[in-house]
Design a protein around this ligand. Sequence first.
Ligand code: TPP
Length: 346
Amino acid sequence: MADSQFKNLKPEVLKSAKPEVLDAIARRALYLSTQMIWQANHRSDKEKGDPKIGGHPAACASSLHIMGALHLIAKSGFDHIANKPHASPVDHSYNYLLDLLVKNDLSKLTQEQADQAMNGLRKFTDGSEFVFQSYHSAYDPDHHNFFPSGTVGIPPVEAGYMALAYRYAREHGYEVPDAHFWAVCGDSEFREGSMYEAVPDFAEREIGTLTWILDYNRQSLDGHRITNKEIMNGTDADRVERTMAANGWEVIQVRHGSKRQALFAKKDGALFQNFLEKELEDYELQSLLLVQDMKALKKGIAKEHPNMKKFLDSVTDEELYDGLRDFGGHDMLATKRSSRTVKRNA
Ligand SMILES: Cc1ncc(C[n+]2csc(CCOP(=O)(O)OP(=O)(O)O)c2C)c(N)n1
């Protein structure tokens, strides 16, 4: 895993980098996180009956560009990130690429030590070896400016109270860095009770340096995510938006990337938008993503939704294939624009 070519990447270069460049770095981070998980699960010293190593490549993949937008564009060296447990390998991968793996005295790991850590997901150490735990831990070599994430529902709350503590310290004459506090949360994590106690508190205290980002990937370790739409009067995304707005938060939904937006602008494109936002159940959307034959897919959709036939005839197979996958959370620029909006309003 020699990625030393990335180490010359300076923040000012990254912030003006073209989307293709950012995307190439993100793809590298995806490779690294998948590789970390694979290495951990195929260790030669693994014995029958050992606890599962874990690592969830899909939950890393869903947060790939959100974490990328934070690491490569939005965050400053003083900002803090709390991320959902399963995104930890992606977080480590970006820190590895950016040469941000450090020892306790904040001196950098050598390339060899960094490589050792990347191959040591959930290894035990006697202190002489650098390793990562499966969820972010205080002993990880990228433990600076992050929150341990073993217990879902807690890190986003910690991020908020740390933001409050920074403000308190500043208002009482202490010199405090100008930091923003980001939390990348899972959609099931968003059902943890701890979050809902803190939600009105953070709004009432008008903490403008806190941003929670929901990775709405429609999957959960705990089970299915089939929302009771009738009772909830909408999707789970609608429920989250209404809950947060009712508690004084500013909510920005980054649902679609630029490829989808271009399709929505075509004649009858609004039908496609409505199809994605309102008509598809989560599991139906996941199934559509498995279909490779776009001609068959167009036929199938038109059979169920005859009013979409003209629109489907007007788009190429490639446009439909890309459009289905162009979630806002995977469009670095859409995410970048939103993080700017949030910072401006903070
Ligand atoms: C308090 C607590 N309960 C349960 C778990 C086990 N656990 C780890 S991640 C997770 C849920 C993952 O779902 P989600 O928040 O949607 O994230 P993603 O699927 O994207 O990883 C659970 C239940 C935990 N770490 N902490």
